[in-house]
Design a protein. Structure first.
Length: 346
């Protein structure tokens, strides 16, 4: 079993490294460094080529800073956990190649980690008592997933987005309202001074566990175009959109809890950085389930969650060899999808 794990995350536009050390039977976060790439705000979204170039420049110093902050020399590290996918292929390759070079030179153990699985593990760094079974809602710029987690390492898909992810919808709405990137924090901040007075749809609210945000996004577009005084309406539009999106997320999470009979809901992913979402989820689930959500720096893309997921797989005796490769569409280990009904396609 490992005593010290170095985590590396470069799936998108954050270069991150973290160190976990053993504290009794559990890992403890000794350091976490996250370097964000502000240049993408100019373009209103992540430019893959710029992201990968920035990772090349930053990854060495970021890893060195994480080791220094933890007070751990590389010689004391037992294993290196690195995001192998999914994500931007150029960004992923920087992290994977760096990690492979590091273990080749030092003789350390290597473990590739699935980025979304790591989001499920992130809250355990602050809530070490968290144990399955629970329902997990993973909401980010690229994914919206509702999961039944009966045990660590097993994940059953209850629902997922059929089109846009929740985070993507926030980014697009922020662009419509002439706010900054990434959209979530800007929409949330503006919504605080607004009211939910625009009648926006709650897509698929009572239709199973799947999500759809494209129609809501389009409704916001028409609302913006139809506004005769956008400066005066902007905060109310942001509040109305956020309320609609969060109504769907909280309602489906509650339905999933009632379906499974579980008493714990876990929030993860970049959108889970929203304190408004966490508060509304807690209100919606009061008396039904405990809501567990990590602080924002552990919900955004970060290496601490990568190290924690890697720690889990290392304890099970799993290892990656030197053939580990980056995979932009990496399959999630242990993920179970419901069977396709007879006669259905896709």
């Amino acid at each position: 079993m490992p005593d010290v794990v170095l985590g590396i995350e470069t799936s998108c536009d954050e270069t991150s490294a973290a160190v976990l050390v053993r504290d009794g039977a559990r890992p403890e976060l000794a350091s976490l460094v996250i370097l964000s790439q502000d240049i993408h705000a100019v373009f209103g979204g992540v430019v893959p080529e710029l992201a990968s170039r920035a990772h090349v420049t930053a990854i060495g110093p970021v890893v060195e800073r994480a080791l220094d902050q933890a007070g751990v020399p590389l010689s004391a590290v037992d294993a290196v956990a690195v995001t192998a996918g999914p994500g931007l292929i150029g960004s992923l390759l920087v992290g994977v190649c760096y990690a492979k070079g590091l273990v080749a030179a030092s003789g350390k153990t290597l473990i590739g980690v699935h980025h979304l699985e790591a989001h499920v593990f992130a809250p355990t760094l602050e809530h070490p008592d968290l144990e399955p079974p629970f329902v997990a809602l993973i909401v980010s710029g690229g994914h919206t997933l509702l999961l039944d987690v009966p045990e660590w390492g097993r994940y059953r898909v209850l629902g997922e987005t059929r089109d846009d992810a929740a985070g993507e919808a926030f980014d697009k709405v922020a662009s419509m309202l002439e706010l900054g990137y990434p959209g979530g924090p800007h929409v949330e901040a503006l919504a605080e001074s607004g009211t939910d007075r625009f009648d926006l749809p709650r897509p698929m609210l009572a239709e199973g566990f799947d999500f759809s945000f494209s129609g809501l996004k389009t409704a916001v577009l028409y609302t913006v175009r139809g506004s005769a005084r956008l400066d005066a309406d902007r905060a109310d539009i942001a509040a109305s959109f956020q309320a609609a999106a969060f109504d769907v997320l909280t309602a489906k999470t509650r339905a999933a809890l009632e379906h499974t009979g579980y008493r714990t809901a876990v929030l993860g992913g970049g959108v889970a950085c929203s304190r408004t979402l966490a508060r509304r989820m807690a209100e919606r689930l009061e008396g039904v389930a405990r809501v567990v959500v990590a602080q924002p720096r552990l919900n955004a893309d970060n290496a601490a969650m990568i190290a924690r997921a890697g720690w889990f797989h290392l304890e099970r005796g799993e290892r990656s060899d030197h053939y580990l490769d980056a995979d932009a569409r990496m399959p999630w280990p242990g993920l179970e999808r419901p069977p396709v009904p007879s006669g259905a396609t896709g």
